[in-house]
Design a protein around this ligand. Sequence first.
Ligand code: F6R
Length: 609
Amino acid sequence: MCGIVGYIGGEQAAPFLLTGLQKLEYRGYDSAGVAVYNGTGIHVVKSKGRLSVLDGILQGGEKLPGVVGIGHTRWATHGAPSDVNSHPQVSDGGKFAVVHNGIIENYLELKNHLLRRGIEFVSDTDTEVVAQLLEYYYRGDVLEAISRVTARVEGSYALGIICADCPEKVFAVRKDSPLIVGLGQGENFIASDIPAILSKTRDICRLHDKEIAVLEKDGVQFFNSDMELVEKPVERVQWDVAAAEKGGYEHFMMKEICEQPEALRKTISPRIREGKIVLDDMKLTKEQIEKINKVFIVACGTSYHVGVVAKYAFEKLLKVPMEVDVASEFRYREPILDENTLVIIISQSGETADTLAALREAKKRGARVLSIVNVVGSTIANESDDVLYTWAGPEIAVASTKAYSTQLAVIYLIVLYMAQELGHSPQAEMEAYLEDLQRLPDLAAACLADKKTIQYFASKYFNARDMYFIGRNVDYAASLEASLKLKEISYIHSEAYTGGELKHGPISLLEDGTLVIAICTYGRLFDKMMSNVREVKARGAVVLGITTRDKEESLSQQTDYQFCIPKITDFMLPSLSIIPLQLFAYYVASMKGCDIDKPRNLAKSVTVE
Ligand code: F6R
């Protein structure tokens, strides 16, 4: 949700800012802008539309000389996408330029306060309030002005700031929105995320809430909220640069779909040793596991859908009461939690605002929090009692694929680890589960091998107006995710229902030729799903059925098209059934000419409520 970069050094800032923003465009892409100190003052160029528009205006940065600058790619929250609402926002007197990711919740009150003092505003953004307040409080010391502003604003922010009076410095501060500082040789950087600076440096410092960074060409100083100088540990980023590049694929989404077997291997293999699950990072003791009286899973979007699968696995193996909730609901409920409640928070980015707020709410209410996160060192990871990382590598496409798969893998690891600690399941059963978990990467690769069938099917239905996904038990959980994937990137209206719920209303939507995708991999309820398939076919639906290989023949008697996946432990089935449906969403969107990696109105990391 909005990407920020900043540069100070010996080279031209604008070309770097544009390349850095390109790596962050997944965070927002309705407008972009840069501000560069050009030797005499701050020069701002910004424009509505994709970054390529700005890049064209600046001719790759050539048109904006200067060695100090900040840049922004926007996902609008306050004020429609427009040139004037784009960032950087500049103060009335032109001294300060600011880029911002987050939301200033009390901006109206602050804006009215400044308006009453004759300060003129030009945009509808909350960010302009920060720029204006900085100049309002400025008495010759930028650091002091920043400190006064952060004491007044409420909400979330990552801010990059330059000041015309301090052309040899870039300032940065954050609260509840991510921001890193990159350390180079004779140049330093700020960014919302690592890919933006990876071509320049692997040494980074993470800012904590309300810490301020002051960057100069040859060094960086960090201050805490009391304006005391602090030392920050330097982290060496281990990523392969290629991991954040398309590597020959047309879209990040297809690359990430194809990376799933490898991501699964990296997430699972190191955690199974000598026939046992070993979770080195888990501090939760056997005694604490024994005392767990209830498990909540809280997350948003795709990560929430992982929770829906998890519910079936937890209930089956651990016989523990379980609730799954979307974070934006959970945070405003009155959930009943105590010190024996385990709250599992799932987040790819580790920065999702609602999920973070839910985590804090859970902790406030005394629960223990275990999080499943992909981004190392993210806020959710830092604030949890336990963290288990998914080793998916950077996920750049807005539509989540490999994060979903690896989050599921971590759920299986947690469930099996707890079952192992509690000694609930017979040894032979546990061995069979572990064997299946280890086979998962190869089985995922097998599902990916048959792209052609799905491509052909997509070519027949990419013009559909609506689609329905049905399933029962874990197949219902996979239906939710498959439906989300399709709608978010192809803009086709789609819904997911449990097979049994159809006749309570949605079946009235079916017409001759409506496409229904029936996920029928869960053996115990296969016959029930076949009844549902017959019901929808009787209303004229065309049905694509997905099942396991052993059921292919029975399925083909009832459905128009079939896709088969290998057989595996029941609760792991969504890890395989989702793969053809991720591919289906991709091919449909591609045939419709949609912008697959950057679907309209969406952004990768939702750091605002
Ligand atoms: C959908 C998608 C989103 C995210 C959701 C949560 O493809 O990517 O629904 O899953 O915004 O994001 P994280 O997992 O980063 O908390």
